[in-house]
Design a protein around this ligand. Structure first.
Ligand SMILES: [Zn+2]
Length: 56
């Protein structure tokens, strides 16, 4: 399982890719998303989500 960096939801990357979702590689890390909305938000401003403090 991967974690959606935008909303924090758990993402089944195999399922996501099987549905036609795209992964995003940013600075050597691979990210997966729960949906296109989250992916678009991330692509527009990756640093906002990567540097955000982790919510418990
Ligand atoms: Zn999401």
């Amino acid at each position: 399982m991967a974690k959606d960096p935008v909303c924090g939801r758990e993402v089944d990357e195999k399922n996501w890719l099987a549905q036609g979702g795209e992964k995003v590689v940013h600075e050597g890390e691979t990210y997966y998303f729960c949906g296109l909305m989250c992916k678009q938000k991330f692509v527009i401003n990756p640093a906002k989500y990567i540097n955000a403090p982790k919510a418990e």
